[in-house]
Design a protein around this ligand. Structure first.
Ligand code: GLU
Length: 446
């Protein structure tokens, strides 16, 4: 088994040199799929895994734009169209200086399985740019988004590829990109999700990823007769996902005590609720990408350059970015008696940390399953656009809740079937994979 994995990974590494994050994401999936491949020789024969790790198409392009001071700037734009086996490519756009081909390939690869888990017909994709929105003016952001879409528009469409937001891309950026797409195509299409409510957006989409993370955690806790009531919760990040998660934790009776940014974390033992949650939106809109102002605003402790995982908690929700929870953090969480980890960010846990967590008693919901609520409501936005209707807040939230419960159940069943009961990482990978693999088999070698 180990040799099969090593051989496979050797080939992936040779073909995709220097793409550490992509290798990490592939290895984590493939090691849990070996029992499935053993049981289904037809997948091996059709080279399903080898085909899945090769994106159907990678688009890279120049994004020139003009700064307010008249200087010309150049960024690189990307769209990774990874898999269209079960639906149009679907996945967010990330604008952040850390964006590379490797980061977007890891995200696009994970998106295939995540989207499959939602039960909705969406393939996997991801895109973005190394553009840094920090300290940029609104006009600069608009010009960048317009330039980005001036190339991207020819590759996307409501039945081809439907991008959305991710880190650095929220309602404002989706608006600027939608405006440019509409102008170039002369067509009002449901080509992006995360749109504003008056122009085709869905209620609950901004909250969806965070709500889903908490719904998923709640399902895991219920298997042990537990709930959020009275629990202490640590959250990392302070953006859209952290905001949605903090809101839902409060609704379910839990207490959120931390938030974090690239500068460190804040610790608010009284709990982050009410106006403090609304303040998160201001922090984000300030475009400074730091969390410290929260500590000044509400007179709480700010711990620079550290992760919040050293704070004792019952439930931890990593909602910031990839590899933000390392081996030492995992040891702290285990030693402090953490019950449950539900991942809001994509691949926030390093492989070493994940191994320790899986060996412990902690209920561990991996991102592909736990944060699928965001893209699930994107799928519901696509449905509403197709039928030219808008659903109520309650309707969308009910769909989201049902989808998260289904995902939880599919993970449990898949893990059970392949002898890894209670392992949500294996369960999510297996359940997400089989649906896509069967579609690929049915569609022949294309
Ligand atoms: N960026 C989100 C994710 O990682 C949402 C993608 C979407 O809505 O298409 O799943």
């Amino acid at each position: 088994m180990a040799t099969a994995l090593n051989d496979f990974m050797q080939e992936v590494k040779t073909k995709n040199p220097g793409e550490a994050e992509f290798h990490q994401a592939v290895e984590e999936v493939v090691e849990t799929l070996l029992p499935v491949l053993d049981k289904h020789p037809e997948y091996r024969k059709a080279r399903i895994m080898e085909r899945m790790v090769e994106p159907e198409r990678v688009i890279m392009f120049r994004v020139p734009w003009m700064a307010d001071n008249g200087e010309v700037r150049v960024n690189r734009g990307y769209r990774i169209e990874f898999s269209s086996a079960i639906g149009p490519y679907k996945g967010g756009l990330r604008f952040h200086p850390s964006v590379t081909l490797s980061i977007l390939k890891f995200l696009g690869f994970e998106q295939i399985f995540k989207n499959s888990l939602t039960t909705l017909p969406m393939g996997g994709g991801k895109g973005g740019s190394d553009f840094d929105p920090k300290f940029k003016s609104k006009n600069e952001i608009m010009r960048f988004c317009q330039s980005f879409m001036s190339e991207l528009f020819r590759h996307i469409g409501p039945n081809t590829d439907v991008p959305a937001g991710d880190i650095g891309v929220g309602g404002q950026e989706i608006g600027y990109m939608f405006g440019q797409y509409k102008k170039l195509r002369n067509s009002f299409d449901g080509v992006l999700t995360g749109k504003g409510l008056s122009w085709g957006g869905s209620l609950i989409r901004p909250e969806a990823t965070g709500f889903g993370v908490v719904y998923f955690a709640n399902e895991m806790l219920a298997t042990k007769g537990q709930s959020f009531e009275g629990k202490t919760v640590t959250i990392s990040g302070f953006g859209n996902v952290a905001w949605g998660a903090a809101t839902k934790v409060n609704q379910l009776g839990g207490k959120v005590v931390t938030l974090s940014g690239p500068d460190g974390y804040i610790h608010d033992p009284d709990g982050i609720s009410g106006e403090k949650i609304e303040y998160m939106l201001e922090l984000r809109a300030s475009n400074q990408d730091i969390v410290e102002p929260y500590a000044e605003q509400f007179g709480v402790e700010f711990v620079p350059n550290k992760h919040p995982w050293e704070v004792k908690c019952d439930i931890a929700l990593p909602c910031a970015t990839q590899n933000e929870l390392n081996e030492e953090d995992a040891k702290n969480l285990i030693a402090n008696g953490c019950l449950c980890i539900s991942e809001g960010a994509n691949m926030p846990t390093t492989p070493e940390a994940a191994k320790l967590i899986l060996e412990s008693d902690i209920l561990y919901g991996p991102a592909k399953a736990a944060n699928a609520g965001g893209v699930a409501v994107s799928g519901l936005e696509m449905t509403q656009n197709s039928i030219r209707m808008n659903w109520s807040r309650e309707e969308v939230d009910n769909h989201l809740h049902r989808i998260m419960k289904n995902i939880h159940q599919s993970c449990l069943v898949a893990a059970d079937t392949y002898g890894t009961s209670g392992n949500y990482v294996a369960g999510a990978n297996i359940a997400g994979f089989t649906k896509v693999a069967d579609a690929m088999l049915a569609q022949g070698v294309v």
